[in-house]
Design a protein around this ligand. Structure first.
Ligand code: GAL
Length: 772
């Protein structure tokens, strides 16, 4: 039995035993960030400190038969607990659970729990000790529960499920006499497929787990003893995952993996967000075509990994760290504790394909990493290990060499000396090389997206690069030595609120199952230097587009396979704004296309255009001048007639996108003059279960052509009625065309009408919620 304590802690700053009135202090629910923080422009000193949390609880248990444990799934950094005045000691949690045996201290009613939390960056605990490019925040930020277990109970259970239906289960039995055996039930939904008691069985006709069909079964492990039954249930995915020298294979099928790194922190509260928010991140990544995520640089919540299992998103996990490897025993002991705890926590996730057990970009340390590898391999003989380096020649103690390749494009695998003949992946690229804000100008945003595409093209094209995992998914709060001077690293392909920059669509277009089209660079000359009419860039998985000005066809445009020969879906560049329209000027079709292309190039690059780019077009101009079809003044007229996008109707362009020769989209593009916003609300029924629930409300501004509006300034406000409130400030500026809020439920034991009103300049939108 598990009892969650998450609702109704009392919080006081500093060390405080609450005296006789445990109810004093601020009332908070877990996950909790104990300080109010802005989105950016604050320092770790604002959240580092000692915080005291207290609560009371009753518990149903049998003192003759049960052992009782108090578990913190995640508290930053260390917890010191007192139960009913009894000192239970201090434990490091940070990114893994801290478990206290409270059997001797607990009562059936009126238990008083006091937790003294230290969120200081303790140099004996990885990732601390030196500089650190991410914030760790403070708080009890994952659930707290009391586990009531029979004296003979299950410890860690290791489940290995293979694509051929072989299923292995190895339970750890604690508090027994060594003679106990478990029973197992494998289920498909409610259907029992097999009951057994052997450690190894074969299951017939299983559907393997893969990215398109992440089929999960459930395995119940039951341990009976004179003290009662203990049960644990695991989601099981039958799959074989292996990185070889030639690449990655899932169930024997070779795959190139597109990936992103994820930090687990959110604005205002850091990592203190409940399960739904963790799941939202996994879903965002999956929706945008990501196939593998690295939990940089620490073990992340079970809710996130569970969602990866359900959605079919592969995971490389990682122990806490960042460049610094401590030399002192306490630091190294904590490191190995994290390796053990991470493997114990994550071993049964089918989505997990690699253990990351080296300090990110740390130096070689054979003693430490020999031990770390041994811990993993002993517990898990099937999953490979990796370690992330930013140098090419390193002692190779893991199974897979992971390299951060920030050079722009990717170097050949064989240039990374220690990776020769080894399984190899690129664990980071881009990032600090090209920080980009969602509000940056169009040139910067498109360059950012193209930089990611360049790497993906190399990954697909080069031999033995199994995966490229970009830095990074979401902008994140960081220490002052990094970031853009406001304590944010703008390295994400999404902003800190998880709103997409154009680079996010570079990922989406590779793997989207549905037809998809995004204007990565629309036609907005006023947003370019010298008001140039830059080529339009479309990110799409369609086969080709027909491009029209008004009703006149300009031409058919195909994906740019010349510059991106290896991408499944290269971008489509609209680099000719005249095309077939020049037939009206008396030119032959072939000549019209060339002349249109050259003049569009001139419009795109202006006076600074390189002569070499123009040279190939000289003959077609000369030929038509000699034939009298063109004169110099006619060329100038044509340029202004067809390139200028000012004016009403004529400047509206139309794009028809085709897949398998069927028209799947028609989109228009022109000078915007009307703006409005849409509101999407991720879910409207919030469940208070083990803790409060959250829902994401995304406001997206767009123009009349449904284009992004990255510079629009507006203020949005949320008004909440009923047991629901906003996480962070309830009134905020629109940024990058988006304004995103999380609302959370509060615990009430009566039904009450619950409503959120989104107040914007153009309109107000009511959303009816239900909290149960
Ligand atoms: C890497 C590091 C990441 C992040 C990134 C910024 O060197 O592993 O944590 O700092 O640089 O681009």
């Amino acid at each position: 039995m598990q009892k969650f304590l998450d609702f109704g802690f009392s919080l006081l700053k500093g060390e405080n035993d609450f005296g006789t009135t445990i109810s004093q202090g601020e009332k908070v629910d877990i996950p909790n960030c104990p300080v109010r923080l802005p989105e950016n422009g604050f320092s770790p000193n604002d959240y580092q400190g000692i915080f005291s949390y207290a609560t009371t609880f009753d518990l149903d248990f049998d003192p003759e038969k049960d052992v009782i444990q108090l578990v913190f799934d995640g508290a930053m950094v260390q917890v010191h607990c007192y139960l009913n005045g009894i000192d239970l000691g201090n434990k490091v949690s940070a990114y893994v659970e801290a478990r206290f045996d409270i059997t001797k201290a607990v009562k059936k009613s009126g238990n008083e729990l006091l937790v003294i939390l230290s969120s200081y960056e303790d140099p004996t605990v990885p990732p601390f000790g030196k500089a650190l490019d991410y914030m760790t925040f403070a708080g009890i930020y994952r659930p707290v529960h009391v586990d009531v277990l029979p004296k003979t109970h299950l410890g860690n259970v290791r489940v290995f499920a293979h694509a051929d239906g072989k299923l292995e289960v190895y339970p750890e039995i604690l508090g027994g006499e060594g003679k106990e055996n478990c029973r197992y039930l494998l289920k498909d939904g409610e259907n029992i497929l097999k009951t057994f008691s052997e450690n190894v069985v074969h299951i017939e006709n299983i559907v393997p787990w893969d990215l398109d069909n992440p089929k999960l079964y459930s395995l119940e492990v039951i341990l009976d003893s004179p003290y009662g039954s203990d049960r644990k249930t695991f989601a099981v995915g039958f799959r074989d995952a292996i990185f070889k020298e030639s690449g990655f294979y899932l169930n024997g099928k070779s795959m190139k993996l597109v990936g992103l790194n994820r930090h687990q922190t959110y604005p205002f509260v850091g990592p203190a967000m409940p399960d739904q928010a963790q799941e939202d991140d996994a879903k965002t990544l999956k929706d945008f075509g990501v196939q593998i995520v690295r939990t940089s640089h620490y073990p992340q919540s079970e809710a996130f990994l569970d969602a990866c299992d359900r959605l079919g998103l592969l995971v490389v996990d990682e122990i806490p760290g960042w460049q610094y490897t401590g030399k002192d025993k306490p630091w190294r002991d904590n490191f190995l504790h994290f390796v053990t705890a991470m493997v114990d926590k994550e071993i049964n996730h089918p989505s997990l394909v690699l253990y990351g057990i080296r300090i990110d970009e740390g130096q070689d340390d054979d003693e430490l990493y020999t031990k770390a590898n041994a811990i993993c391999h002993e517990k898990d003989p099937y999953r490979q290990t990796t370690g992330v380096r930013n140098f090419k020649n390193s002692h190779m103690l893991e199974d897979v060499y992971a390299f951060n390749d920030f050079g722009g494009g990717l170097i050949n695998r064989n240039k990374v000396k220690s990776a020769r003949n080894k399984p190899y992946l690129v664990s980071e690229h881009n990032g600090h090389v090209f920080p980009t804000k969602i509000t940056d100008n169009q040139q910067k945003r498109i360059d950012h997206a193209m930089n990611h595409l360049r790497v993906l093209d190399d990954m697909y094209g080069k031999e033995g690069i199994s995966s490229a995992i970009g830095w990074c998914a979401f902008d994140y709060n960081t220490h002052a030595d990094f970031g853009s001077g406001d304590e944010i690293c703008y390295h994400g392909v999404f902003d800190i609120h998880r709103n997409p920059k154009p680079a996010a669509y570079a990922y989406k277009m590779q793997n989207s199952k549905e037809p998809f089209l995004y204007f990565a660079r629309p036609l907005i000359p006023g947003d370019t230097d010298d008001a140039l009419i830059k080529h339009v860039v479309l990110f799409t998985n369609c086969d080709y587009v027909l491009f029209y000005r008004g009703d006149s066809l300009i031409g058919r445009f195909e994906p740019d396979r010349k510059d991106y020969p290896n991408l499944p879906h290269p971008p489509i560049i609209l680099d000719n704004f005249m095309g077939e329209m020049l037939l009206k000027e008396g030119l032959k079709k072939k000549d019209a296309l060339k002349i249109g292309k050259c003049l569009s190039l001139a419009g795109s690059e202006g006076f600074r255009i390189k002569k070499t780019k123009v040279l190939p077009y000289i003959p077609v101009f000369l030929k038509n001048l000699l034939l009298g079809r063109l004169t110099i003044s006619k060329i100038v007229d044509i340029f202004f007639k067809y390139m200028l996008v000012w004016g009403e109707k004529a400047s509206v362009y139309r794009i028809e996108a085709y897949k398998d020769d069927k028209k799947v989209f028609t989109r228009e593009m022109g000078s915007p003059s009307h703006f409005d916003f849409d509101v999407s609300c991720q879910k409207k029924v919030l469940h208070n279960e083990k803790t409060y629930d959250v829902s994401k409300i995304v406001i997206r501004y767009h123009d009349e052509f449904d284009m992004d509006t990255p510079y629009l300034t507006r203020t949005m406000a949320l008004k909440c009625e009923g047991p629901i409130s906003v996480i962070g400030p309830s009134s905020r500026p629109v940024k990058g065309g988006y304004c995103t809020f999380y609302v959370r439920s509060s615990k009430v034991d009566y039904q009450t009408p619950t409503k959120v009103t989104v107040e914007g300049f153009e309109k107000n939108v009511d959303i009816a919620f239900q909290v149960d």
